[in-house]
Design a protein around this ligand. Structure first.
Ligand SMILES: NC(=O)c1ccc[n+]([C@@H]2O[C@H](COP(=O)([O-])OP(=O)(O)OC[C@H]3O[C@@H](n4cnc5c(N)ncnc54)[C@H](OP(=O)(O)O)[C@@H]3O)[C@@H](O)[C@H]2O)c1
Length: 491
């Protein structure tokens, strides 16, 4: 596509807000906070309200359920398709009530009007706390049981946890007694979300799967298992198709138990733009990524302050290998071939279709990662350079447009926790920044900026992802929503 074509299909909108009074802005703030996921830090002061109000247009998503995208206090690229043009909403005023109710409170899951009971394992940890914050307002899932270590079991949640979120502990769980992570303590649940420490996650998650519970895990233990999908919900939720094969490994076959894993938080952030590029321009050949990872990625209490303040630590154990390997499983497909396998009772050899993760084998992809821990609390920033297989490669402008237009299946299908913009593309040369951009859409999407020519590979850019939201809890929740919509979870 030429630059002139590009100019016809997209527009960069620099905002010129209409003149407004201060009281208009104060009135609008309540509505904005009510209707969108504006974090307390941006919704609680008049100056933040000004910042929110000064951004104008918001694109709509193709989701049937989604509300308009929240305004963003920065210049971002918005695809100017006829659909988004016709639905684009301008600045809300005190007299304009949002037309769509908040999706999280309005939407019922398709199978039943009853809430789906869920449990949270590792509920006291960094990821566990994020789970509880997100699940408190969830339209389908109701938290029924909390699990943590024997140190916490038997205590009320409020006494067991060292709460580090900027919002209070959700009322519904404050006085809930934390249980040991044994399946019999979660018997009422259909789904468990796991934020367990990797030292214990393997055995515990295995026991929950064997007890026919659907496990959505953040731990690394099963990511390399050839029968367990490694899913970034804005990229490859279709990998859930491996689940029947996973269940068939058991004798008798599991009816509703399975494990789905999330990726490492750094992998998650950067595979979303990589997937958008592959969708638009075909396979990538090489990727170089340098990460600047937040402290919260190491859990609580994490890296000692004397190590991380005034410092950068150029090593995170096992992280580079995880990124390099996980990228291939996530961006690759699933191949099916007929193989001879032993029947579940071990009595005979039968021919069966076997699914395998192809690890991007049709177009080998080389990934090189360098990981650094930096003194940022939340939000992993990653500097990425890519080379495309296709020659000539797309221009940076074409890449920008493809990223801004990317609509993942989870969003199109109507998963209530999916962001309405998977990728926000910034035009300012100094964005994205963790402090300014990590909470946009409650951390459910990623922010990309500085898309430009690379003198060694083809194109380079910066991506920011909230490591505890889309990098962990939000991903698990969208994975579970998608599995419910696709009837993979037995209700
Ligand atoms: N933090 C991130 O950004 C991030 C992102 C993606 C993935 N992950 C992965 O998600 C998992 C959780 O990470 P995190 O940062 O939340 O860690 P964390 O803050 O250290 O929390 C660990 C949780 O595991 C529980 N636990 C520890 N030992 C246990 C035992 N023997 N039995 C049952 N529960 C036990 C802890 O309970 P107590 O409080 O009772 O000790 C706590 O609830 C890890 O596998 C991590 O690699 C983290």
């Amino acid at each position: 596509m030429s630059m002139s074509d590009a100019a016809r299909t997209t527009t960069t909108r620099t905002r010129t807000p209409p003149k407004r009074t201060f009281s208009d802005v104060e009135l609008d703030l309540d509505q904005l906070a009510e209707s969108f996921d504006v974090p307390p830090s941006t919704s609680s002061s008049a100056s933040s309200a000004m910042a929110i109000a000064s951004s104008s247009a918001s694109a709509s998503s193709s989701s049937t359920f989604a509300s308009p995208c929240p305004p963003h206090p920065a210049t971002i690229l918005i695809t100017d398709s006829p659909a988004s043009r016709s639905k684009a909403t301008l600045l809300l005023t005190s007299k304009q009530k949002p037309k769509h109710p908040h999706p999280r409170t309005s939407m019922q899951h398709p199978s039943s009007s009853a809430p789906i009971k869920v449990g949270v394992l590792g509920a006291t940890g960094t990821v566990g706390q994020r789970f509880l914050t997100l699940l408190a307002a969830h339209p389908w899932f109701a938290v029924d049981a909390l699990g943590a270590s024997p140190r916490s079991a038997g205590k009320k949640y409020k006494d067991a946890v060292s709460w580090k979120q900027s919002t209070p502990i959700p009322q519904g769980v404050r006085d809930v007694v934390v249980r040991e992570c044994r399946p019999e303590n979660f018997a009422q649940c259909k789904i468990v979300f796991s934020g367990l420490d990797a030292d214990v996650a393997g055995e515990i998650e295995e026991a929950f799967r064997a007890a026919n519970l659907a496990v959505f895990s953040n731990a690394k233990n099963f990511r390399r298992d050839p029968h367990v999908p490694l899913i970034v919900p804005l990229v490859n939720p279709h990998h859930l198709s491996i689940i029947p094969q996973q269940q068939a490994l058991f004798s008798p076959a599991l009816t509703s138990g399975f494990i789905v894993t999330n990726a490492n938080c750094s992998t998650t952030g950067y595979v979303i733009p990589l997937a958008a590029m592959e969708k638009a321009f075909g396979p990538l050949e090489c990727v170089m990524v340098t990460t600047l990872q937040a402290i919260s990625g190491a859990g609580y209490p994490g890296v000692p302050s004397l190590d991380i303040l005034d410092n950068v630590i150029p090593y995170i154990s096992g992280e580079e290998e995880k990124i390099e390997w996980e990228t291939l499983k996530i961006l690759g497909g699933i191949s099916t071939k007929e193989s001879e396998v032993t029947s579940a009772d071990g009595q005979q050899v039968v021919k069966k279709e076997v699914k395998t993760f192809d690890m991007h084998a049709a177009h080998p992809l080389r990934v090189s990662a360098s990981c650094n821990r930096v003194p940022v609390i939340d939000g992993h920033t990653e500097c990425v350079s890519v080379r495309f297989a296709r020659r000539p490669p797309p221009s940076p402008q074409q890449v920008r447009e493809a990223l801004a237009a990317y609509t993942p299946e989870a969003q199109a299908l109507g998963c209530p926790s999916a962001p309405c913009r998977a990728i926000v593309v910034h035009e300012e040369p100094d964005r994205p920044q963790p402090r300014l951009d990590r909470y946009y859409q409650d951390g459910a999407g990623v922010s990309v900026g500085r898309v430009r020519q690379c003198q060694v590979l083809d194109v380079k850019f910066v991506v920011l992802a909230n490591n505890v939201s889309i990098g962990a809890a939000t991903s698990s929740i969208i994975n579970a929503e998608y599995a419910v919509l696709k009837n993979v979870v037995q209700l």
